[in-house]
Design a protein around this ligand. Structure first.
Ligand code: MN
Length: 252
């Protein structure tokens, strides 16, 4: 089953003027589409064809740079679209407490994300993530991703490639970062991702317990599991490989 480019979770003009409809039309319609198409072409007829996108990324890492770049970029862009919104959502109490602990305030966190994003050399991504139960800002280069990394769970990301901002802000990456961080961050998405990470281990334990007692078949248990929750929450590889590709995954 081929991966499909999912629709943007908002209207083309929703992020204007931080990110214009024109930028989105190229960035989503051309760049993201190309990453998905090239991933599909590379896995067609191979042992990767029925894997989830995260499994493809993990298998390609260190083994097939072309497939890794395209599959990781397919995932990163889906995650990026959801990291932004027309209006900032609200930050959950849990996330706010972790932000205050790690950065002092949300404004300070935004400042740090802008600094790290502006200082990142060449193309890549800046991430807010959870590592060892604490918030951390991470950078990945080129197409690299946190999607398949164990023990580190992304909450949101911002694309630092020039194609993300050149039409709107030319070479002024700091201006783009300030505009996105100023009012277009989807804090509800970040809060949901944090909730998933904290909740997943408890739910995973419970589901496994039920399966072991044979109250559910493996297929029924799969319905109970929330795929995104598992994919992003530092599951060990064995757990993750049991997941089937979710029909409703936004990534894509
Ligand atoms: Mn991009």
């Amino acid at each position: 089953m081929a991966f499909k480019l999912t629709d943007l979770p908002y209207a083309d003009s929703a992020l204007d003027p931080a990110v214009s409809a024109e930028t989105l039309s190229y960035h989503h319609g051309k760049h993201h589409q190309a990453y998905v198409d090239k991933t599909n072409k590379a896995i067609e007829g191979t042992g990767h064809a029925d894997k989830s996108l995260e499994e493809v990324i993990a298998a390609a890492r260190g083994n097939d740079q072309g497939l890794f770049n395209n599959s990781a970029q397919a995932w990163n862009h889906g995650f990026y679209w959801h990291s932004m919104a027309a209006e900032e959502g609200s930050i959950s109490d849990e996330l706010q407490a972790m932000i205050d602990k790690a950065f002092g305030s949300t404004d300070e966190l935004k400042k740090k994300l802008a600094e790290r994003g502006a200082g990142h050399f060449a193309s890549g991504w800046v991430w807010l993530a959870v590592k060892n139960g604490e918030l951390t800002i991470e950078e990945t280069h080129d197409g690299d991703t946190l999607a398949d990394k164990d023990g580190i769970n992304p909450l949101l990301t911002i694309d630092l490639w020039e194609h993300a901002y050149y039409l709107d802000h030319q070479n002024k990456r700091p201006e783009y970062l300030d505009a996105v961080l100023g009012s277009k961050i989807n804090w509800s998405f970040a809060s949901d991702n944090l909730f998933g990470c904290l909740f997943a281990r408890r739910v995973a334990h419970k589901v496994e317990h039920i399966v072991r007692e044979q109250r559910f078949t493996e297929d029924e248990a799969h319905q109970v599991r929330t795929p995104r929750m598992f994919e992003q929450c530092g599951q060990d590889k064995e757990d993750r490989n049991r997941q089937k590709r979710p029909d409703h995954s936004p990534y894509p």
